[in-house]
Design a protein around this ligand. Structure first.
Ligand code: SAH
Length: 230
């Protein structure tokens, strides 16, 4: 079983269009869509926004539905200069930019017995790179930073960039990364840029959410054809 997770309904809908949905299960205020795609069993859901919601849905996918890998698709604020609205990025690793225990001497993002960065699965990233090459699509990669805030200020964005070397900012990735690291499940994170996380980001987000969600969804579905599952 493959798990596909989004944060928002708008991000999931363009993926569902490609799926043969067999059943819908309501659980813990989430809807889990059991579907088939090219003989692969898939469970899909959107978690709602933020790290806590994303962690809950990811955990249910693993514990209740027994997914063997988790793929995330959605939108993000671009940090790297060359990331324009609509561009695609995969995460090499994710981090929580709003974790701050620095007063105790820990580095930003660090929680004792946990870690600053959660690595994404190299095999899945390799599949993504190959699919991008085959389709002639530009696919960036880099660190994606998550926090429970919609970043819309140059100052905050620059701090996140400097502190974590982040290439994009969103609100769920590191939560799913953390769950998958603890559960030992391969994790893949794909995002299409909806805004540049600076002043005006809110307006851009509203304008580009749908289109950028579609870009991410389409790429994920292309990639799914190459993903092997048991
Ligand atoms: N307008 C929405 C709220 C969007 S929150 C509403 O009213 O319901 C932004 C969502 O997109 C989050 O899920 C987050 O992961 C992602 N995102 C896109 N740009 C972002 C940014 N600049 N900062 C943080 N998250 C961002």
């Amino acid at each position: 079983m493959i798990g596909i997770l989004c944060a928002m309904r708008e991000e999931l809908e363009p993926i569902l269009k490609f799926m043969n949905v067999k059943e819908k299960i309501n659980h813990a205020n989430n809807i889990f869509y059991l579907a088939e795609f090219q003989n692969k069993d898939i469970v899909l859901a959107y978690s709602k926004i933020g790290k806590v919601n994303a962690a809950l849905t990811a955990t249910i996918m693993i514990e209740k539905f027994g997914v063997e890998m988790l793929l995330f698709s959605g939108v993000a604020g671009g940090v790297d200069e060359d990331l324009k609205i609509g561009d695609l990025i995969i995460a090499t690793k994710t981090t929580q930019h709003d974790v701050d225990l620095t007063v105790f001497g820990y580095e930003p993002g660090f929680i004792p017995e946990s870690r600053v960065f959660f690595e994404c699965d190299e095999k899945l990233n390799t599949i993504a790179r190959n699919v991008a090459r085959k389709l002639g699509i530009r696919l960036k990669e880099g660190i994606i930073a998550s926090g429970d805030q919609f970043v819309h200020s140059k100052e905050r964005k620059e701090w996140i960039k400097k502190t974590f070397k982040a290439s994009a900012i969103e609100m769920e990735g590191a939560a799913v990364g953390c769950v998958c690291w603890n559960e030992n499940i391969p994790f893949f994170m794909l995002r299409s840029i909806s805004d540049t996380a600076e002043e005006g980001a809110g307006v851009d987000f509203d304008e580009f959410l749908e289109e950028s969600s579609r870009v991410s969804a389409k790429f994920l579905v292309e990639m799914l054809q190459e993903v092997k599952s048991d």
